[in-house]
Design a protein around this ligand. Structure first.
Ligand code: NAD
Length: 285
C-alpha cells in the first residue's frame, strides 16, 4: 500500500490564500482588518520563532498584528494589565499569550484574563468548557488544525477507533474530545499508561502528542492506520523530528504527517481562522 503524506504545508497555504481573499474583500468594503495581539514574555528562543511565524502569517493574509514583548521579570499584574488593554481595543480581535510563561506567573490566571471572545488560542476555561459541552466555541489551534487536515484528506472518523498519545490541555485532551464528537471511539494513553503501544496498535487513527522523539515505532501501529505526529523535538544535531519513527512507520501507515510540514503549519492556519471568526463575530454585534 502506498502511504499518503498528509501535507499540512499545502493545505494550510491554500486555506490561508482563501482567508487572504476574504480579508481583502472585507477591507475594500468596510476598511477594517482583523487584528491579532501576540504577547511574548522573556527571551525563550523557541517562543521567539513561533511568534515570528504567527506575525508573518498575519502579515501574509493582510491581518494586523500587534506584537508585545515583555521582559521575563514582568509581574503577573503587569501582564494581565496589558491583556486588559487589548481586551478593550476595538482593533484587536484575537489575543494570544505565547506559552510557556516564566515560573513566577500563573498561566491559568493569565489565560483567564483574556476576554473569551478574543481567546483565539481556545485555552480559556470558558472555551474549553464549551468544547466539552459540544457548543460553538474557539477550538484550540493544534487540535483544530488536525481535524481540518483529516477532513481535507477525506479521512472518516465516524465509527473508527482512535488512540491519542498525551492528555495535555492544549493538544491531547481537546483532540480526544473532537475525535469523540466526530464519532470515533477514543482511547487516551499517557505517561502512566501501562503498555500504551498495545492500545495504539488497535487504533485506525493515532495522534501522537507526547513530545518524545522516536516514541512511536512500528510495533505501535496497525497496518493501514492514519498517523498524526504532533511532536516537535529538537535532536542534539539540531534536527527537528516528531514523536513517530517516520521512516519505518511510513511503510505501514496509510496516511502520515511529516515533521516539519504536517501539524505545525495547520496550527498557524487555525490561529488565523480563529482570528477571522472572532473578527466576524465582533462585526455582527
Ligand atoms: P505536554 O508535555 O504538556 O504533554 C505531553 C503528554 O504526553 C502528557 O500527557 C504525557 O503524559 C504524555 N506522555 C509523555 N510520555 C509518554 C509516553 N512515553 N507514553 C505515553 N504518553 C506519554 O506536551 P504538549 O504541550 O501536549 O505537546 C506535545 C508535543 O507536541 C510536544 O513535542 C510539543 O512541542 C508538540 N506541539 C506541537 C504543536 C504543533 O503545532 N505542531 C503544537 C503544540 C505542541
Amino acid at each position: 500500500m502506498k502511504m499518503i503524506l498528509l501535507n499540512g504545508k499545502t493545505v494550510s497555504a491554500s486555506r490561508l490564500q482563501k482567508l487572504k481573499e476574504l480579508a481583502t474583500e472585507e477591507f475594500s468594503v468596510s476598511n477594517r482588518r482583523p487584528g491579532l495581539a501576540v504577547i511574548r514574555v522573556g527571551d525563550d528562543p523557541a517562543s521567539k520563532i513561533y511568534v515570528s511565524r504567527k506575525v508573518r502569517a498575519c502579515h501574509d493574509v493582510g491581518f494586523n498584528s500587534f506584537e508585545c514583548l515583555l521582559p521575563s521579570h514582568v509581574s503577573q499584574e503587569e501582564l494581565i494589565q496589558k491583556i486588559k488593554e487589548f481586551n478593550a481595543r476595538s482593533d484587536t480581535h484575537g489575543i494570544l499569550v505565547q506559552l510557556p510563561l516564566p515560573k513566577h506567573i500563573q498561566e491559568g490566571s493569565v489565560i483567564s484574563s483574556i476576554s473569551p471572545e478574543k481567546d483565539v488560542d481556545g485555552f480559556h476555561p470558558m472555551s474549553l468548557g464549551k468544547l466539552v459541552a459540544g457548543e460553538q466555541t474557539m477550538i484550540p489551534c493544534t487540535p483544530l488544525g488536525i481535524m481540518t487536515l483529516l477532513t481535507e484528506y477525506g479521512i472518516t472518523m465516524k465509527g473508527r477507533r482512535a488512540t491519542v498519545i498525551g492528555r495535555s490541555r492544549i493538544v491531547g485532551r481537546p483532540i480526544s474530545i473532537l475525535l469523540d464528537q466526530a464519532g470515533a471511539t477514543v482511547t487516551v494513553v499517557h505517561s502512566q499508561t501501562p503498555h500504551p503501544e498495545a492500545l495504539c496498535r488497535e487504533a485506525d487513527i493515532v495522534v501522537a502528542a507526547a513530545g518524545k522523539a522516536g516514541l512511536v515505532t512500528t510495533n505501535w501501529i496497525k497496518p493501514g492506520a492514519v498517523v498524526i505526529d504532533v511532536g516537535i523535538n529538537r535532536l542534539a544535531s539540531g534536527k527537528i523530528v516528531g514523536d513517530v519513527d517516520f521512516e519505518n512507520v511510513a511503510k505501514l501507515a496509510s496516511h502520515l504527517t511529516p515533521v516539519p510540514g504536517g501539524v505545525g503549519p495547520m496550527t498557524i492556519c487555525s490561529l488565523l481562522e480563529n482570528t477571522w471568526k472572532s473578527f466576524k463575530n465582533s462585526s455582527s454585534h
